[in-house]
Write a protein of this length. Structure first.
Length: 140
């Protein structure tokens, strides 16, 4: 056996012993301070709300219109106060309303390919519902 092989074996054994020592120290710390090592259980949120994917007034493209509009406003922030990404905003809506965009970027492209008079179809639909309700309240 050459000298080089012994050096490699010694180095390997030293690293192995150092690893075992660090794992042993970690176990001692876990025993001594167990509360520091408790991981919160991840509870998955399951919404009771649903969007009908091909609904005339508010389908997936309609939801994309809302999500893209909110994203472009830059007014939806994360915990640190930074504007959220389009992907995060889309995922939040997907979880809240139990549907999937597939790719939000594909839906955004489909939205921008609409004819100019249809670009805000869903927002116009929602606006008309609010106006209609407002008129019925004011006419009482």
């Amino acid at each position: 056996m050459g000298r080089g092989e012994n050096v490699l074996k010694k180095t390997y054994l030293q690293k192995t012993l150092a690893f075992i020592d660090s794992e042993t120290e970690l176990l001692h710390l876990k025993i001594r301070y167990p509360e520091q090592f408790c991981q919160p259980s991840k509870q998955t949120f399951k919404s009771d709300l649903y969007i009908i994917p091909k609904s005339k007034g508010l389908g997936i493209i309609g939801m994309a219109e809302i999500v893209v509009g909110l994203f472009l406003s830059g007014e939806v922030k994360d915990k640190s106060g930074k504007a959220v990404s389009l992907t995060l905003l889309a995922q939040t809506f997907e979880h809240a309303f139990n549907f999937s965009f597939g790719s939000i970027y594909d839906k955004q492209d489909a939205l921008f390919r609409r004819k100019p008079f249809n670009l805000t179809r869903t927002l116009d639909f929602l606006k008309s519902l609010i106006h209609r309700k407002d008129n019925t309240i004011n006419n009482r």
